[in-house]
Design a protein. Sequence first.
Length: 319
Amino acid sequence: MNNRLAIYILSVVAIALGVVSCGRTGISKSVVMADSLSQSDPVAAMAFIDSITARNENMSTDSRMRLGLLRTKAQNSAGVMFTSDSVMRNIVEYYESEGDADDRMLAYYLMGSVYRDLGDSPLALQYFNKAAEQADTTSADCDYRLLCRIHGQVANLFLKQEIPYYALKEFAIAERYAMTAGDTLSALVFHEQRANAYYLLNMPDSVKAVRERVAALYSQYGYSAHAALAVGALVHQMLRCENYSAAKEYMDIYDRYVFAGGKDKMAGEGRDVYYSYKGGYYLGINKVDSAEYFFSQRSELLVKFQQYGECMPRVGSPL
């Protein structure tokens, strides 16, 4: 049984338990289950929480607010855009008077995420900063995993506002807290995102250095897919500079990461970018037939994705 099926069955069982349970004990068990699902399968968590709240109209305010907080956490983790701040405003107001520092930290973080999606960067930044202020980094149980994400969100806001120096500072803080939390992958992702700030600063050598360093680190820690993406961004950078010899070197490295151990590790939604790189390279060195082949492969892939309703990412990497 694969993990996805196991999680699905767990969520169905959880929903059944939530429906038949009653009283404080039943709701408490549902909250624990919801919290667990919000981390392992946020989409299932959203469905689970919706089922509980719809069938338990008389639950306590504390339980309703806790489930609302976890539901918003799951929605944020699932990447489902927020379209209103009304639910989170009530939750934040509640935890400002009833919750502890950890509750407020999560509530403020999610409130910032809501305003991020609503396009209100000043309010988003205000709430992310309030969330960070709740953390006690001198405490042994400080939630560094959440804290690193808060600073990562602040960094991305600064990138969006094209304030790269501040973004660099926040990415460094996010990376440090991710390492403290033992989250190596997130630390490497934050390190890689520094390249975006260097791009805004028109520092291509620094962009290149960061990408090369982080690709090696991804590979060292066994994240070959992430290593391929980092090198792919270097291919994109070299193609834009019309440095085709360097682009070819990086494409060969890219291929080694993608096909490490003789296995194709490229996600389906990444193939259009791969074909685009190949086509751009061959077009640049005047091998038109090869360029046409890879561009046609990309076009066929896009048609297949559109037929199956898949959402395509942008070609290339934001440097």
